[in-house]
Design a protein around this ligand. Structure first.
Ligand code: IPE
Ligand code: IPE
Ligand code: MG
Length: 249
């Protein structure tokens, strides 16, 4: 399988981001409570993390809970938080065994205390792992992230008594939760929705977008492979012409 061109290191996206959508509809289609969809969705998370690690993707970012998701019914929010804590506790060893470093982006201090503690602990305990980075977007809002970065810049400038606040893309990038790390090369969104839902707006300026009708609990390694195959066929031009791109290949 490794001989397939789209799975060769040089053709793989370095960073894949996923909007994991469709858990609720998956459950509702089966006359199950929505939380069953989230439970099944967390099994998919495990499988896709493992598949990504096997394939050789260096960075995987998963949109697990948005700021807007706080507006869902309390029982669903509570269940999602419990699931998250359970996932972190039960999968930590697996992350360590697979040399996967965990990171989180979002307004982490809005998470329940016990979830924050478990998250911080897992992040700390996996910090030496380097084969893959798994970033969970939790209580995440891209507009919130951009505003936080702007406010941080203003505060830093005021603290240094600097009269003006001038920034370039690189210095701004470093103020985001993503801290200047590589931007996503490929975004996958499941469940047939064609929107970004306040996810990594700055970082995805040049990301390739891939949409699939599969609901997240049904998303399998084969579906990830299809997305990677499609990515391989895309021509990323970054504003240049086709001829210029071909000349640098
Ligand atoms: C994605 O599935 C999980 C979260 C947003 C937490 P949804 O719960 O949004 O599923 P649908 O969109 O209702 O089917
Ligand atoms: C986006 O899914 C957030 C996550 C996947 C965590 P939603 O289901 O909340 O998105 P919208 O509200 O339908 O755009
Ligand atoms: Mg949804």
């Amino acid at each position: 399988m490794d001989s397939l061109p789209y799975l060769q290191d040089s053709h793989l996206p370095r960073h894949v981001a996923i909007i994991m959508d469709g858990n609720g509809r998956w459950a509702q289609e089966k006359n199950l409570p929505r939380i069953e969809g989230h439970r099944q969705g967390s099994e998919t998370v495990e499988a896709i993390v493992e598949a990504s690690r096997e394939i050789g993707i260096a960075h995987l970012t998963l949109y697990a809970f948005s700021q807007e998701n706080w507006h869902r019914p309390q029982v669903e929010v509570r269940a999602l938080m419990q699931l998250l804590k359970h996932f972190l506790l039960s999968k930590k060893q697996k992350l360590l065994d697979n040399d996967i470093r965990l990171l989180a982006i979002g307004q982490i201090d809005s998470l329940p205390q016990d979830v924050q503690q478990t998250l911080t602990r897992t992040i700390k305990d996996t910090r030496h792992c380097s084969s893959m980075t798994l970033t969970l977007a939790l209580s995440y809002s891209s507009r919130g992230e951009i505003l936080d970065a702007v406010n941080l810049a203003i505060r830093q400038a005021m603290a240094k008594n600097e009269p003006s606040l001038l920034m370039d893309e690189k210095s701004f990038d470093q103020l985001l939760y993503t801290d200047g790390r590589v931007p996503p090369d490929l975004l996958i969104r499941t469940s047939g929705e064609y929107r970004i839902s306040n996810f990594l707006l700055w970082q995805m300026a040049y990301t390739e977008l891939y949409f699939t009708d599969k609901l997240w609990p049904d998303f399998k390694k084969e579906d990830l492979l299809l997305a990677l195959q499609e990515y391989y066929q895309r021509e990323r031009r970054f504003g240049r012409t086709r001829e210029q791109v071909l000349a640098t290949c």
